[in-house]
Design a protein. Sequence first.
Length: 262
Amino acid sequence: MSDQILIDGEGPDGVATVVLNRPQSHNAITIDMYRELPGLLGGLDADPDVKVVVLRGAGQKSFASGADIAEFERERGDAERARRYNEHVAAAERALDGMVKPTIAMIHGYCIGGGAGLALACDLRFADDRARFAITPAKLGLVYGLESTRRIVDLAGPSRATWILVSGQQIPADRALQLGLFDEVVPADDLAATTYGFAEVVTTRAQYSVRKGKEMVRRVVAGQLRDDAETTAIRNGSFDTGDYAEGVRAFLEKRPPRFTWK
């Protein structure tokens, strides 16, 4: 693992924090960071001790200010290199979007371009009240990818997604909350406590329910409207985990449940 991406022990047990660690450049994302993310996230998804992943930028000025434009002439200097670059970006976003475990983007300050792409690939986005969100390909003569565009449309709707894409304008935190791009907006000093407080709640829940609930949401977003054999098996599988019996027992005994499924 490079020093441009860190895994931080901040937060409660069961929560892994992935830090985009280039504060000197507002955590602008390099091609090496995009290359590194899929393997790192895959390892966290496979780790039985990790229940929630938080993605954040180093410091409190930026989540990520975008892809590192200083690399563009070298890494995207012609069409073929640009295609390869785009493949790495898409792979990093898919790795986040495809995680079995819940993911939360903790957004201080700027969340721009490629940074916004990573944040949108997370399940939830908690931001401070100084945050600024923007998708900026129209300012660089680029076109946003279909999968990334779909995530904006899913959250904000088609007309607002169009407004975001064609303008490239920065959106303040309160407006991003109204548009559905952010899920929580709090004062900067409260962001870590709010994010990790929610993450800790998720770690106390039955993990089969958490992960399969996330899968159900993903299926609905992909267009599935009726149960099939797979979704029926997912739902019925909860009765075989042991956590169902523990949850009922804990409720009747008026105590916190001790869930064990990993």
